[in-house]
Design a binder for this molecule. Sequence first.
Ligand code: F6R
Length: 611
Amino acid sequence: MCGIIGVTGRSGVSRLLIDGLRSLEYRGYDSAGIAVQTEDGLTVLRRAGKLAELDAVVSELEPFGTVGIGHTRWATHGAPTERNAHPVVDGPERVAVIHNGIIENHEVLREELVATGVEFRSDTDTEILAHLVSRELAGGASLGQAVRTTAQRLEGSYAFAAISADHPGVLAVVRCQSPLILGVGDEASYLASDIPALLPHTKRVMSLDDGDVAVLTPGTITVTDVDGVEVERDVRTINWDPVQVQKGGYRHFMMKEIEEQPSAVSATIAQCLSEDAEHIRIPALDALGPRLETIKRITFVACGTSWHAGLAAKFYVENLCGIPVDVDYASEFRYRQMQAGPDHLIVPITQSGETLDTLTAVRQAKAAGSPIIAVVNVAESSADREADASVLTVAGPEIGVASTKAFTTQLVALYMLALDLASRRGALTREQLDERVQPLRRLRFAMEGALRHKEHVRRIAYHFSQARDFLFLGRGVNYPIALEGALKLKEISYIHAEGYPAGEMKHGPIALIDANMPVVVIATPGRVYDKVLANIQEVRSRDGQVIAVCAEGDERVRSQADHVLEVPVVDEDISGLVNVIPLQLLSYYIAERRGCDIDQPRNLAKSVTVE
Ligand code: F6R
C-alpha cells in the first residue's frame, strides 16, 4: 500500500524515481507522482492511474535535478485523482511531501490551519503535513526540525518525507509504525518503503525506530530519536539479489514465484537445520528460555494467506506438541477481549512484516506479557524487530500481489517450528525429530514434480475459465489449502470461490452444487482419504464437476473425478506444500485466459499498512 521513494545525490533523479516506483508497483496503487528539486524550485508531476501515465509526462518534461521524492498512492482519504495524488505541496509550492499511513487527527489539524488562512487543494490527510512543515520552515527551522515538530502533532501511523526548494540537497523523513527503510550509498542517500526499490542502488540499508527523524544529504544520513537526540542506527547488508526483483523472462512475477518455490522451501528448510544440516533447530525458541516450559497455549495471528498458514500450523502444533492452539485474524484479535499473558505464546505470521493489523495485535499481546515469536519473510521489518525472536522464511522478495512462495515457505517453517517445539517439550524424541529431516529434504523434488504437470493444469484451467463460481474442499491439513486455493482464484481471476472443510459441505454449501459448479477436492493420501472420496461422491451425485488433486497414478480418484490434477506423494503433514501448487497454477491460468492483471489485481495491495 502506497510506495515511497526518495533520492539525494544522483543526477537524472526523475528517471531513478520512476524506476523506483515501478519496483514498488506490486504494493498496490491508483495514482502516482514525483517532485524534483530543480534550479527554479520544485517541479511536481502527478497522474491518476497507472505509472505509465506519469512516466509519459516525466519522459516529456524530464525535470533535471539531484534530489527528489516519488510516491504511488493507494487511496484512503480522497478519491484516486490527480488532485489527491502525492507529492502534496504547500501554498507557495516550496515544500513537497509524500506520505504512507493515516493521520488520524488530520481533521483537527486541518481546521486549525484553515483558521490561519491556509487554503487546501486536496482531500488528503497528507496535505496538512506540507502546510505544517512549511510553517515551521518559515519560522526558521531546518528541514529536519520542521519534520520533527510536525510529527509531534500527529496521531496515527505514518512515514512521511519532505523536500524544500529552500534546502538544496536535503531530504527529511520521519517514521512512526509505517514501513520505511533507508539506503546508504557512498555519494548518494535513499529512502523507500521497501527493499526492492533500493536494490539497484545499494545493499546497505538502515532501519529507523518509531519516532526517528532522518536527514539525508548526498552520502550522509543523520538520525535523531524521538527525543531529538542524535543516535546511531545499525547499517546492515541485505543478501537479496537485484535479479530476484526482475521478471527474468517470465510474463508475470506470479509464475516466476510459483516456480521458485522448490528452491525457496529448500532454503527455508536449511535455515531451520543445525549447521551440519542433520538436526532440526529453531534458534528463535532459545529466546523463550525457561518460559518455553510454561507455555500453555499458542495463538497464531495473521491476515489472508498468512492466516491460512496459521491454520496449518494449528494442525502441526496440536498433533505434534499437544498444546492448544488458536488461529486468529489479526484484525479480529486486536479488538476482542484479548487472551494473552506470559504463558500464552503469540506467533504472528507475515510475509511483509509490515501488515498493520498483525503488528497491532503483536503490540497489544506484548503489552499483556505474551512472548512473541514471529514467522516473517523480511528481515528487519517491523514484525521481525518487535518480536522477541523470529523464524525467517527464505522466500526472497515476493512481488506478485498474490502470495505463493511466501505461503509455502511459511508452511515449512511452521512445521519445523512445531517439530522443534515438540522435541523440546518432550513430545518427540530426538530420534523421532531427526527422522523428519529426510522427507523434508525430498520435498523439493515433489514440488518440482507438481510443477511438471503445468501444461495439464493449463488445459483444465482453460476449460473452466468461464465458470462463475468455484468450490474448494479439503480436510485436515489440506483444509487450509482449500481455503488458499479459493483465495488465489478470487484474487487474480475475480471468480467467486469458496473454500470449505469437505466434511462441512453437507451443512450448507451442498445446496450450491449443480452442473455449473466446478468443485476442486484435495484427495491425496492421508488419514481422511476415504472420507474425502465419499465427499467426491456427494458432489458427483448432484451433477457437480469434480476436479481432484490426487496422487500420481491414483486410479481410485481418477475413476471418480471428472478431472485430476496429479501430484507426487509426500508425508501427509507436508502434503499441503505440494498440493497447493496445482491450485496456484489453476488460478494463474484461469486469470491469464480471462485477461486479468495477474501481478496487480484490482483493489489489492501487497502490503496492507493501514487498518
Ligand atoms: C493473498 C495475500 C494476502 C496476504 C495478507 C497478509 O495472496 O497476499 O492475503 O497474505 O495481506 O500479508 P502479510 O503476510 O505480508 O502480513
